[in-house]
Design a protein around this ligand. Structure first.
Ligand code: ATP
Ligand code: MG
Length: 199
């Protein structure tokens, strides 16, 4: 079993997340992609994040039409800060021996990976698929320098068609009354309107 993991605040989830996950699934022949909305990301403590129930609902709605996409609320069910290593260890236990996890991460976040909680241990346990983002290059020499030569078999830079969409931009658009059509799935747009999110 090869499982892709797409983590993020998904506040809200958008077509950039979905299109990237689908490309990676095909390229790496993954059996499924598990979307895991994050609870209290250690690096995003500054901004007021939308309640978990809404982010989870939007993630369910956005992924329901893809049979390979699954959603897990596991990071919401744990207390304290959510660390990726804890989540990955729980998943490795769940999927069992012989399963491999592929954490999908944008090049922007990949550049910060060395700052993550127990980053070296994390990279030794799961694969990282670093997707291209506009104006960001993953510095492989720097990655190798920090994680060591042997870790490089767990780091996979990949190029997927990039959609210049961000949740920040979507939130700002809603606040200023602009359209978010064709940036998020229609069901997500409908949910945002119904629940009056990001006003
Ligand atoms: P925010 O603007 O609030 O930071 P975001 O759009 O960057 O939100 P996140 O939830 O922070 O979304 O991102 C989760 C993951 O998705 C990260 O690995 C990030 O690199 C990746 N990602 C974000 N936007 C895109 C995009 N347009 N295309 C591909 N990957 C993306
Ligand atoms: Mg981001």
């Amino acid at each position: 079993m090869k499982v892709g993991i797409m983590g993020g605040t998904f506040d809200p989830i958008h077509l950039g997340h979905l299109a990237t996950a689908e490309s990676v699934r095909e390229i790496f022949k993954l059996d499924e992609i598990l979307f895991i909305p994050s609870a209290r990301p250690p690096h995003k403590v500054e901004r007021q994040i939308t309640p978990e129930v809404h982010r989870l609902m939007m993630t369910f709605l956005a992924t329901k039409s893809n049979e390979f996409f699954q959603v897990s609320p596991m990071e919401f069910l744990r207390d304290g800060l959510s660390y990726t290593l804890d989540t990955m260890e729980a998943l490795l236990k769940k999927f069992g021996a012989g399963s491999e996890l592929f954490f999908i991460i944008g090049a922007d976040s990949m550049a910060d990976l060395f700052k993550w909680h127990k980053a070296r241990e994390l990279v030794s346990k799961v694969h990282f698929i670093a997707t291209n983002r506009p104006n960001v290059e993953v510095d492989l020499a720097e990655v190798k320098n920090f994680f060591g030569e042997s870790a490089m078999t767990h780091i996979h830079p990949v190029s997927t068609p990039s959609l210049e969409i961000s949740s920040t931009d979507i939130r700002e658009r809603i606040k200023s009354g602009r359209s978010i059509k064709y940036l998020v799935p229609e069901v997500v747009e409908e949910y945002i309107i119904k629940e009056r999110l990001y006003k």
